[in-house]
Design a protein around this ligand. Structure first.
Ligand code: 8YV
Length: 317
């Protein structure tokens, strides 16, 4: 009999979807209408859950799956899974570590470039016909901020943070970082205090894990970043105090922001929509065909491993 697997978030790659459906007795939670009835019928058979990094799994649902052996996260963030409870229950948790590093770092640079150079704003300027209709074509668009050579501060020098650093260094940007402690094998300057890092950076790029941190980018950090500074977040929305960020952007006490993640996705504060200093993305940093295929293959491999009694790659718990 095929092992029963519950899928909590959508997978967009057809070949991965087909492979999952072929190998497992697969149930898509987001398509289930009557969830209590579904659980009454299937809960005891469910041996594994597939979920997304942002979606995770509620403690309440974990408690209703008595024979759960594995939570496989189609992503790198495990902050939306109660790891301590999983550990207590002997449920393994794994993630697609390393699969999406390059894409997320690419988008971080893309957001910063776009925010500094006003790429999205200029695109809207051309599309709306303003360039052609304006008597002094460039007047409505302010001059942009140069990206090359900006002093970059990276918050969290894990896989993604390092990949961001390599890219920014290629643009001639001096790099400094903060983390829980200094990292020996990198040529970048370690700044223990986030506040001090913000004060000496032209752009702060948030690439930290959110398992144990919340609201670390707050009013004080944004003030230290200052009116010429940019904030980029490709990690988790909850790492930034969103009301403080809205306030700073509205008051112009930072220069701009590039955001792929938000506190209450998919709800984005509407105050951001009209703010040309901000570039917005709908949590898409890993959303390329290549990366999502690799992630899907890792998810399948983790299920195969656990059902064969082996340790899955990317095991976190
Ligand atoms: C994905 C993520 O969008 O890796 C993560 O933790 O949040 C993102 O890469 C998500 O996991 C897709 O399922």
């Amino acid at each position: 009999m095929k092992p029963t697997v519950l899928q909590l978030s959508a997978i967009l790659i057809p070949s991965i979807r087909d492979a999952l459906a072929e190998r497992f007795d697969l149930h898509r939670w987001f398509e289930v209408q009557d969830k209590p009835a579904f659980l009454a019928e299937h809960a005891a058979r469910i041996r594994a859950v597939i979920t997304g990094g942002h979606t995770g799994i509620s403690r309440e649902l974990m408690e209703q799956l008595p024979n759960l052996e594995l939570i496989t996260v189609n992503g790198v963030g495990t902050d939306a899974v109660d790891l301590a409870y999983a550990r207590d229950r002997g449920i393994q948790v794994c993630a697609t570590l390393g699969a999406l590093t390059e894409d997320v770092a690419d988008l971080a640079i893309g957001l910063l470039l776009s925010a500094c150079r006003g790429i999205a704003t200029s695109d809207r300027f051309v599309r709306s016909g303003q360039w052609a209709s304006s008597p002094t074509p460039l007047a409505p668009l302010p001059l942009a901020r140069q990206f090359s050579g900006m002093r970059i501060g990276i918050v969290g020098l894990g896989r993604v943070g390092r990949a961001v650093a390599v890219r920014a260094a290629a643009f001639g940007c001096p790099i400094a970082y903060t983390d829980l402690s200094a990292i020996n094998d990198v040529p970048y300057e370690f700044v223990p205090s986030l506040l001090a890092l913000a004060a000496r950076s032209d752009a702060l790029i948030v690439a930290a894990a959110a398992d144990q941190a919340e609201g670390i980018i707050d009013a004080a950090v944004l003030k230290a970043l200052g009116p010429e500074g940019y904030l980029i977040n490709i990690a988790r929305g909850k790492l930034v105090n969103e009301p403080d960020l809205l306030q700073a952007l509205a008051a112009g006490t930072i220069a701009g922001a590039g955001l792929d993640v938000f506190a209450a996705e998919p709800n984005v504060p509407t105050a951001l929509f009209a703010n040309e200093a901000v570039v917005l993305q709908p949590h898409r940093a890993s959303a390329t065909v290549q990366t999502r295929t690799r992630m899907g293959q890792m998810v399948i491999a983790s299920l195969d491993a656990v059902f064969a009694g082996q340790v899955p790659a990317g095991k976190v718990v």
